[in-house]
Design a protein around this ligand. Structure first.
Ligand code: C2E
Ligand code: MG
Ligand code: MG
Length: 805
């Protein structure tokens, strides 16, 4: 018994569901069996009882009359026989016959402790009248009925119990086999489920019959396996996301730009390594601070406050702020950085953070400043150049207009300088120019300007004069300083200068005309015998007449076919291979001889003649390149110079395209050389023309790079392909450390912007080695070839496809 209860306990804990099922089946089927059996037994009992009743009724109906007759006849024997007959009937155990008036006849036995049933009926004689003779009481035993009933209860209960028990066991077994063992398997699977076992699906130990595949267990299994799949996918996605995040955070951390992330209140949340390197501030020290409040220095704090106010407003309004900022490192050192500030937005476009990117541009800034100096100052003498001089002249005129004063303009040209330069060499010439510049400057006071206009020409501006005579006094002083001889190459040489003077507002109120007048006066001084000064006089306009003459000759030169193109090879620096040529115009004037472009291009620009001349150059150059391909088999690029006025002509792009189409040249073979000065105006039209040309496939290069506009940002903005470093930088790369490092920087910068670089004015072999080493792509200069007429250049193509370097 103990063993059984232990087993049950075990069953209950190992399979509580089956145990409960068993208990409920047993309970309910027992109840049901009890009720059903009770009803059955009761019905049988009722039937047995009514059988006895029926039997008694039969006795009454069949024996009452015969008994009455025997009583009437007082036939005791018959009476006895009849009673014995009744007693022999089943269940009848006792008969009592009360005979009126007072005798009694008893037959059979009536045990005390058994259940009985009695029935009494009257015996009477029916004659003329009715005579009651007595009463018969029949007693029937119920014992057998009860015994039967007990036996039945026992049998029914026993058989029902066994049946119920066996069926329950069977049901439990079926339940266990089909359901609970699989539930246990699922539980075990779920218990052992971990990231390591994600690849093993849940499988139930049963056949894959169609019914099995559809039932609830299959549905649960599928659901579990789907969950596992989803988990697998989620984990894979999570891993991918994590890898992506890792990559991005590494990229930010190791970015070459400094990265700073602030929250919405502009409190620093994150800075990368580069930021710490650049500024000296460690992340932990500045977290939570405002990016403009990293320094304690009150002046810088004030400066930063204004700057960050502007930044905040612009980021709010425009969505981005960018600019160049002169920032301060932790140690107080200043440096330039290019800063971009943008908001970081979430998926609902709400600003959550701000991103501040910084790039150290100190080196670029230094070069920009150097270039700015070089763009405005003459490298040789350190004096302002023509551009700056013209600016200053305009300023002086504006001031004089306001203050009602005079401005003196002096045009100086050294006499016989060309001779010294040709006979004693360029170095001697250069030294002489430097000394001349020094002597001129020594004669002037603070507000005056001395500028070198180019070659041996100088300009002096004397602002705020009270009277015209003071200019002449200065001119006298200058002539005097030129009297002592110059020591050039250990030799004493005498150099004088001729000076032309024009005065504002007496001679003109326009800067250009003033210069022209001073120029004319200078020619007058020269023609008078040099080492003299001359004030402008209206008759001198005659000299300008000469200009008019040149102009009218130039107009006819096109018709008379006096222009000619010379070609100068452009070679690949590394291999010496010829890649193209630059077309350079010459004017074979019967009256003036060979005129170089520097002498007539500016005039052609002024008069607008540059447009037809430039168009002629374009057509001629395109045709030439096609001719060379036919005659030599070499496809060469052709570079054509374009001056600003020609460029801005409304039909320029069309003119370029028709020159290309008419000649049959490929657009990319043509390279248009544009000077930096053109970009200075920064107009939308310029940008538009450059883009249209670029779109047509024509290449664009910046000519004389470094002599004009010095902010390099335009290189990024416009679609240039090539940058030509001006010959003034290339000339001294082997002797001047500054020039060498500037050329290096220009090459690197151009390459980082995706531009090719051509070095102009390469005259010596050593320069080619330097350029090769620095990765300069192409070179051009007298070292390879001077500009040559077409026939000579064609010869050069045939013999020198490979430059010998
Ligand atoms: P650029 O475009 O910078 O042309 C290069 C100038 O440098 C040419 O002078 C060339 O002869 C000279 N050159 C070349 N190699 C060397 C060298 O090794 N050393 C030295 N010292 N000089 C060298 P060129 O032919 O007198 O032309 C002067 C300028 O006239 C050109 O400068 C260009 O701006 C302009 N130009 C020439 N042809 C045209 C043209 O067809 N149209 C326009 N608009 N301008 C032109
Ligand atoms: Mg050029
Ligand atoms: Mg050039």
């Amino acid at each position: 018994m103990q063993k059984l209860s232990k087993r049950l306990q075990q069953f209950r804990s190992s399979s509580p569901l089956s145990f409960r099922l068993l208990a409920y089946i047993l309970l309910f089927s027992s109840l049901f069996t009890l009720v059903a059996s009770g009803i059955q037994i009761y019905t049988d009992f009722r039937k047995d009882v009514s059988l006895i009743d029926e039997r008694m009724s039969v006795i009454e109906t069949s024996y009452a009359s015969s008994l009455s007759r025997s009583l009437w006849a007082l036939d005791q024997k018959l009476l006895q026989v009849q009673m014995e007959g009744i007693l022999s009937l089943p269940d009848i155990i006792h008969l009592r016959l009360r005979i009126l008036p007072d005798s009694e006849l008893v037959m059979g036995e009536k045990p005390r402790d058994i259940a009985t049933k009695e029935r009494t009926f009257t015996l009477s004689h029916e004659g003329d009248a009715r005579y009651d003779l007595g009463e018969l009481t029949i007693t029937a035993s119920m014992e057998e009925i009860y015994t039967n009933m007990r036996r039945k209860v026992l049998v029914i209960l026993t058989t029902q119990f066994f049946k119920t028990f066996l069926i329950s066991i069977l049901i439990v077994w079926i339940f266990q086999y089909f359901v609970t063992r699989h539930l246990s398997a699922m539980a075990t699977y779920a218990r052992n489920f971990s990231l390591d076992s994600l690849d093993e699906p849940l499988k139930l130990d049963r056949a894959n019959t169609p019914t099995n595949l559809r039932d609830e267990l299959a549905q649960v299994t599928d659901a579990i396996n789907q969950m596992r799949e989803r988990l697998n996918q989620d984990i894979a996605r999570q891993e991918q996301d994590a890898a992506q995040i890792r990559k991005l955070s590494m990229a930010i951390e190791q970015s070459p730009s400094s990265v700073l992330i602030c929250d919405r209140q502009w409190h620093i949340e994150f800075v990368n390594q580069k930021f710490s390197q650049l500024t000296g501030h460690q992340a932990s020290d500045i977290k939570g601070k405002h990016p403009g409040m990293l320094t304690e220095e009150p002046f810088t704090q004030r400066e930063n406050k204004q700057l960050w106010q502007t930044i905040r407003l612009q980021v709010q309004r425009v969505g981005v702020w960018q600019g160049e900022v002169n920032s301060v490192r932790k140690n107080g050192e200043r440096f330039w950085e290019q800063v971009v500030v943008t908001p970081i937005k979430d998926s609902e476009s709400k600003v959550t953070h701000y991103l501040i990117l910084g790039e150290d541009i100190s080196i670029r800034k230094r070069y920009e400043q150097q270039l700015l100096r070089q763009a405005n100052y003459d490298i040789l003498t350190g004096l302002p150049n023509r551009m700056l001089a013209l600016d200053r002249l305009k300023l002086a005129l504006a001031q004089a207009r306001r203050e009602n004063t005079l401005v003196g303009v002096m045009f100086l040209d050294l006499d016989n300088f060309k001779h010294i330069n040709d006979t004693m060499g360029h170095d001697a010439g250069d030294n002489l120019l430097i000394e001349a510049a020094r002597r001129i400057s020594s004669c002037l006071r603070g507000t005056s300007t001395v500028a070198r206009l180019g070659g041996d020409e100088f300009l002096v501006i004397l602002p705020g004069l009270a009277g015209p005579d003071s200019t002449e006094q200065v001119a006298d002083r200058i002539l005097h300083t030129f009297v002592p001889p110059y020591l050039v190459g250990g030799q004493e040489v005498f150099v004088t200068t001729s000076i032309g003077i024009a005065i504002y507002p007496t001679d003109s109120d326009n800067s250009g005309t003033l210069l022209q007048h001073a120029d004319a006066a200078m020619y007058q001084a020269k023609s008078k015998g040099k080492s003299a000064y001359e004030r402008f006089a209206p008759e001198m306009k005659e000299v300008s007449h000469e200009r008019l003459q040149i102009e009218s000759r130039m107009r006819r030169a096109l018709e008379l076919n006096e222009f000619e193109l010379y070609y100068q090879p452009i070679v690949e620096t590394a291999s010496g291979l010829l890649t193209g040529a630059e077309a350079l115009i010459r004017w074979n004037s019967p009256a003036m001889g060979m005129v170089m472009p520097d002498k007539f291009i500016p005039l052609a620009e002024e008069t607008g003649l540059i447009t037809p001349i430039g168009q002629w150059v374009l057509v001629e150059a395109c045709n030439a390149a096609v001719r060379w391909e036919k005659s030599t088999g070499h496809k060469l690029n052709i570079a054509v110079n374009v001056s600003p006025r020609q460029f801005r002509d409304p039909g320029f792009v069309e003119a370029v395209m028709s020159a290309i189409q008419d000649s049959g040249l490929e657009p990319r073979q043509l390279e248009l050389e544009i000077t930096e000065r053109l970009i200075l105006d920064n107009t939308i039209e310029t940008a538009d023309i450059l883009r249209r040309l670029d779109h047509e496939g024509v290449r664009l290069s910046v000519d004389d790079f470094g002599t004009g506009f010095s902010a390099l940002s335009y290189l990024k903005t416009y679609p240039f392909d090539t940058l030509k470093i001006d010959k003034s930088f290339v000339r001294d790369i082997m002797t001047e450390q500054d020039d060498a490092s500037l050329v290096k920087a220009i090459i690197n910068m151009a390459h980082s912007l995706g531009l090719k670089v051509i070095a102009e004015g390469v005259e010596e072999e050593t320069q080619t080695h330097f350029l090769q080493q620095e990765g300069c792509d192409y070179a051009q200069g007298y070292f390879y070839s001077r500009p040559a007429p077409e026939s000579e250049f064609e010869n050069w193509i045939r013999t020198n496809q490979r430059g010998e370097i």
